[in-house]
Design a protein around this ligand. Structure first.
Ligand SMILES: NC(=O)c1ccc[n+]([C@@H]2O[C@H](COP(=O)([O-])OP(=O)(O)OC[C@H]3O[C@@H](n4cnc5c(N)ncnc54)[C@H](OP(=O)(O)O)[C@@H]3O)[C@@H](O)[C@H]2O)c1
Length: 318
C-alpha cells in the first residue's frame, strides 16, 4: 500500500511517499481504507523532534516509521471479535494515541473500541478533522472540566483546531463562552456561538476576565499563570501543555482551591460516539480551512506549523 514514512526527524523533506505492506489486523481491530486524515500540531512535533519517537511513535526494529493518528474511512475487514462495525461501514477515530497510530497510509489497523460510526451527514474530511482535536476539547471540558450550564468558560486559541470544537461543546452544555485568539479569528469564533471574544494582541485577557468557572489553556510558558488569574476560587483549569509541578504555580492553585489538571488526550471510542452524536445533530461542526491531497502532506505540515490555523487542516486520499 502507499504510505508516508519518516526517514529522519527534521524538516518536511523527511516525509517520503513510499510502498509498505498492508497491516495485519488482530481479532479486536478493523482494517480501515483511509479516505481522510486530520492534521494536528502533534503530527509536526512527531516529525520534527527526535524525542517524539520514544514518546508516541514506537516502531519495531527495522520498521519504516509511519506517523499520524486521525482517520476517517471505510471498513475493509473486521476482526472476529469486532461488534461495533462491519466491512463497508464508514468509521472515524483517533488511532492509538498516545502511541503509534500509523495513519499516514492507504490502510490503517485500528482497535474497534477507539472508533465510532461516521454520521452520514458529514464528509470523511469533516470526520477526520473531528478526532484528536474534538476528543481533546471533549475530555478537557466534559471528562475533567465537568462543564455545567451557566458556567463561564474561557477557551484559549478558540479559532484553532481544539478551540473551535471546545467553543461549540461548551455552548452545547449551556456555558457562557469567552474565546481568545488574534483579531482575524473574531468573527469566526463569535459565529461558532461564543458570547465574547478577546483579541490577545490588543488586550490582556486576565484584565477582562476574573471570574471564570473553567479555563482551557493551550499555550506554553507563563500563560498558565495568567489563566489561573482569571479563574474564580474553587474553579477549574485544564492545561493542554503546561504542567502544575512548578512550585509557585502549585502554590497558587492551592491558595485559590482550584482543580488543576494537565490533560493528555487518549483514544476512547465512547467519547468518539458522543462527538459523533453532536456531529449528527449539527450541534458540532468541523470547519476545514485547508485540504491537501496525500501527496502534499509536506504542505499540510508546513501549514499546521505556522500555529495560526483556522479550524482544521485535512489531507485526503483517493
Ligand atoms: N495535551 C493534549 O492532549 C493536547 C491535545 C491537542 C492539542 N494539544 C496542544 O494544544 C495546542 C493547540 O492545539 P490545536 O490543535 O488547537 O492547534 P491549532 O489548530 O494550531 O490552533 C492553535 C490556535 O491558537 C491561536 N493562538 C496562537 N497564539 C495564541 C495566544 N497567545 N492566545 C490565544 N490564541 C492563540 C492560533 O491562531 P491565532 O493566533 O490567529 O488566534 C490558532 O488558531 C497545540 O500546542 C497542541 O499541541 C495538546
Amino acid at each position: 500500500m502507499k504510505a508516508i514514512t519518516l526517514a529522519n526527524n527534521g524538516g518536511t523533506e523527511n516525509l517520503h511517499f513510499t510502498e509498505i505492506p498492508t497491516p495485519e489486523i488482530n481479532e479486536d481491530e478493523v482494517l480501515i481504507r483511509v479516505k481522510a486524515i486530520g492534521i494536528n500540531p502533534v503530527d509536526a512535533f512527531a516529525r520534527r523532534e527526535p524525542a517524539a519517537i520514544g514518546r508516541f511513535v514506537k516502531p519495531a526494529p527495522g520498521e519504516k516509521v509511519v506517523i499520524g493518528w486521525d482517520v476517517s474511512g471505510v471498513v475493509e475487514a473486521a476482526g472476529a471479535r469486532v461488534r461495533v462495525c462491519k466491512p463497508g461501514d464508514e468509521v472515524f477515530g483517533m488511532v492509538n494515541f498516545p502511541g503509534h497510530g500509523k495513519a499516514y497510509a492507504e490502510y490503517v489497523a485500528a482497535p474497534a473500541a477507539q472508533l465510532a460510526l461516521k454520521p452520514g451527514n458529514i464528509s470523511h474530511e469533516e470526520a477526520a478533522a473531528s478526532t484528536l482535536a474534538a476528543l481533546t476539547a471533549w475530555q478537557a471540558l466534559v471528562t475533567y472540566g465537568k462543564v455545567r450550564q451557566g458556567d463561564k468558560v474561557l477557551i484559549h486559541g478558540a479559532g484553532g483546531g481544539v478551540g473551535h470544537y471546545a467553543v461549540q461543546i461548551a455552548r452545547h452544555f449551556g456555558a457562557y463562552v469567552i474565546g481568545t485568539g488574534s483579531a482575524s479569528k473574531r468573527d469566526f469564533v463569535l459565529r461558532l456561538g461564543a458570547n465574547q471574544f478577546i483579541d490577545y494582541t490588543a488586550a490582556r485577557f486576565e484584565e477582562v476576565v476574573q471570574d471564570a468557572d473553567l479555563v482551557v489553556d493551550s499555550l506554553f510558558g507563563d500563560h498558565i499563570f495568567r489563566s489561573l488569574a482569571t479563574v474564580k476560587p474553587g474553579g477549574r483549569v485544564i492545561a493542554l501543555l503546561a504542567s502544575f509541578t512548578d512550585e509557585k504555580l502549585a502554590g497558587l492553585v492551592r491558595e485559590k482551591n482550584v482543580y488543576a489538571h494537565t490533560l493528555g488526550v487518549v483514544s476512547n471510542g465512547r467519547d468518539m460516539e458522543q462527538i459523533a452524536a453532536l456531529l449528527q445533530s449539527g450541534e458540532l461542526r468541523s470547519h476545514i480551512s485547508a485540504t491537501y491531497p496525500f501527496t502534499d502532506m509536506a504542505k499540510a505540515h508546513a501549514e499546521i506549523e505556522r500555529g495560526k490555523t483556522l479550524g482544521k487542516i485535512v489531507v485526503t486520499l483517493p
